[in-house]
Design a binder for this molecule. Structure first.
Ligand SMILES: [Zn+2]
Length: 255
């Protein structure tokens, strides 16, 4: 994809909680040092911290650069840079993108119905997830992803006063289902929600939070995906507990 990030916008990136930290988590086993990243000047008296060999005069580029650069370099990701979202009360995105489609292993493009506006890290994770779907037995016929919301300035589960949702920094997206290719290779029929363990495993491998359809009362009609960075490295992977027992008891047909 082609996009440009205005230098002035990059300066805003450290304000995006959970954005850069999530990207860093992919490559670093240690928990992100968010307080240090957010402070205007790094502490110089931390015990046990080796002195910096050459302290930069300007703060190191925020991880948003790496995530956006990875999108830029991938010709198989069709995404458009969107206008920065200033936001308030912790909401906002410095360098959002609108993710339109992703080229998968066999050369097809898988599209996003209602392209989600998310941060670069989330766009990259979604693209990787789509490619995993196209390589998985039960989902290889995927032609489009039926999307719910991406960026949205709100509290968790839309509860006023609740902790800020990952949606509020573009670090999350909701999926209503997968639309499979018809005979013409186009997305046909209603969105489907796979229930096999392979699908669940590949989904949870790409995101730090997965709340599947029916996981709780707030996720009856969509699967929530995000890249929340947690201090312990904990990942939340939760699907409807009733799905498997119900199928075993009632379903005589092959799933
Ligand atoms: Zn959500």
């Amino acid at each position: 994809m082609k996009r440009l990030i205005p230098a002035t916008l990059l300066l805003l990136a450290p304000a995006l909680t959970g954005f850069g930290a999530a990207a860093a988590q992919d490559v670093m086993p240690e928990p992100p040092r968010r307080p240090a990243e957010l402070s205007p000047a790094p502490p110089t008296d931390t015990p046990g911290t080796p002195p910096a060999a050459a302290a930069p005069a300007i703060a190191a580029p925020p991880p948003v650069d790496a995530a956006c650069a990875a999108l830029d370099a991938d010709e198989g990701i069709d995404a458009a840079a969107a206008a920065a979202v200033p936001g308030e009360n912790g909401c906002g995105m410095a360098a959002p993108v609108s993710l339109r489609r992703v080229k998968v292993g066999d050369g097809r493009w898988v599209t996003f119905d209602a392209p989600p506006v998310v941060n670069c890290a989330m766009a990259g994770a979604l693209a990787g997830w789509v490619r995993d779907l196209a390589a998985h037995a039960t989902t290889k016929g995927v032609a489009a992803i039926a999307m719910g919301s991406g960026y949205e300035c709100r509290g968790r589960n839309r509860i006023v006063g609740a902790k800020l949702s990952e949606h509020a920094t573009g670090n999350a997206a909701d999926v209503r289902g997968l639309r499979m290719a018809d005979a013409a290779g186009l997305p046909g029929g209603d969105p489907v929600v796979p229930e096999d363990e392979g699908y669940r495993a590949l989904t949870c491998a790409r995101f730090t939070t997965v709340l599947g359809h029916g996981a709780d009362r707030y996720h009856g009609d969509h699967t929530h995906l995000d890249l929340a960075a947690r201090r312990s490295g904990y990942r939340l992977c939760q699907f409807a507990p009733a799905a498997v027992p119900q199928r075993n008891v009632n379903d005589k047909a092959t799933p």
